[in-house]
Design a protein around this ligand. Structure first.
Ligand code: GDP
Ligand code: MN
Length: 394
């Protein structure tokens, strides 16, 4: 339930959708949402408001929550007002996210605000349905203030959603009105179907409103899709907004390198996520600050090394590079050739410290030594290499 639009920038392993994209998915699964339009200028917003006719709500499209509180959600009674609201919102920066587009939809009247989500309960290894009639505010707040108001029901992923689970959820949340219950149960079922079919990690509706006429509708949408399932969902994968991503992280994704930008000066390159984490720790232990986390993966072929180095050296804050390779399937000689190939292909201005161990490490070290490159520093141990890299970055 956290993460998704609450995170600071792109996260590895997940694709966060904008509200309007989440609502588009919801619409496909039959969850009631308001008719709306996307606009990236105030003039476009005016036209959208004219088309929608009547009162509209203008909403900042950013991958973070709390837009309402930050002034990113405004009601407009006329196209004039919509244009003015859009102009103001398009100039905002919400929690570090520049607003580059707004979503306009027919304004809804709100009698009640509920919260509904499907997420993973990793402890139980099952999807979890959450529902509370105290919606509209952040769910963490409800969980802290009145945990009893938060109804929780697990779904058996092998059996799939069963209507009784929805009934238990509604009962636990204290939804008594039969008409409301009927609509809610339909929405829960559809939201679960969306969650399962799209291989989401989170599908959240906050608020799920009840209008004065007693109609239930999703007023907001927060959807996070599992990155590793995206190849099965090309339409959703195409929703990724690469302009909002860190350009280096996008480049890394294109080349198949796992890369997360950090804010220090030692560029890190390791094979395997565990070793990369340990390398980050070692650099900190040696008194330095990692510039990134980069996992070459298990293959460690020359091409991968070239791609990874290409990504890392484009980051201007990198002052030295620490290669930490433990060869299993990855062969030391391959890695060494990859490093030399990268040096041939691109001008790399910073020193490179290499620690090679495992399969063909001897051969790798020999290849690097024979190349007689001044910027290459081969160290025998991880700790020595970390110290050297930190020293060279100073
Ligand atoms: P968030 O703050 O980023 O979660 O953005 P939301 O989409 O949840 O909107 C925040 C709040 O704006 C909601 O909880 C509503 O109270 C209000 N809001 C959003 N859309 C409408 C609407 O169509 N009509 C009215 N009256 N209020 C709305
Ligand atoms: Mn919301």
């Amino acid at each position: 339930m956290t993460g998704s639009r609450g995170g600071a920038g792109a996260r590895v392993g997940a694709l966060d959708l904008y509200e309007h994209q989440g609502k588009e998915l919801f619409r496909r699964y039959g969850i009631p949402v308001s008719d709306g339009r996307l606009a990236s200028t105030a003039a476009e917003a005016r036209r959208a408001a004219e088309e929608l006719a009547g009162k509209v709500v203008v909403k900042a499209q950013v991958l973070t929550g709390g837009r309402g509180k930050a002034g990113g959600v405004k009601l407009a009674a006329t196209p004039d007002e919509a244009e003015a609201c859009a102009g103001a919102i398009l100039g905002l920066e919400i929690r570090g996210h520049a607003v580059r587009s707004v979503w306009l939809e027919r304004a809804s009247e709100i009698a009640k605000e509920y919260y509904l989500s499907v997420t993973f309960d990793r402890g139980a290894k099952k999807p979890l349905l959450l529902l509370t009639t105290e919606g509209g505010v952040e769910i963490e707040e409800v969980a802290a203030r009145s945990p009893a108001a938060l109804a929780r029901v697990h779904v058996d992923p092998l059996v799939g959603y069963q209507p009784y689970e929805g009934r238990r959820l509604a009962h636990a949340a204290g939804i008594a009105d039969p008409d409301e219950r009927r609509q809610l149960l339909a929405i829960v079922e559809k939201l679960y179907r969306c969650f399962a079919a799209e291989e989401a990690m989170l599908c959240e509706i906050n608020p799920l409103i009840v209008t004065p006429d007693g109609e239930l509708k999703a007023l907001d949408a927060k959807v996070t899709i599992d990155d590793s399932a995206l190849f099965r969902h090309p339409e959703v994968a195409a929703m990724r907004d690469t302009a909002a991503d860190d350009p280096l992280e996008s480049l890394a994704r294109e080349t198949g390198v796992t890369y997360v930008r950090l804010d220090g000066s030692v560029g890190i390159l390791a094979n395997g996520a565990g070793l990369a984490m340990a390398t980050v720790d070692l650099v900190v232990l040696a008194g330095g600050r990692p510039a990134n986390f980069c996992d070459l993966g298990g293959g460690g072929r020359a091409e991968g090394v070239v791609d990874a180095l290409d990504v890392i050296t484009r980051d201007p804050q990198v002052r030295s590079i620490f290669f930490n390779i433990f060869g299993g399937l990855t062969r030391g000689d391959e890695v060494a050739r990859g490093i030399l190939a990268a040096l041939e292909r691109t001008e790399i201005a910073v020193p490179i410290v290499v620690r090679l161990d495992g399969t063909n490490a001897e051969a790798g070290r020999r290849i690097l030594g024979e190349a007689k490159r001044e910027q290459l520093h081969v160290e025998p141990t991880m700790i020595a290499a970390a110290e050297r890299a930190v020293e060279l970055a100073a």
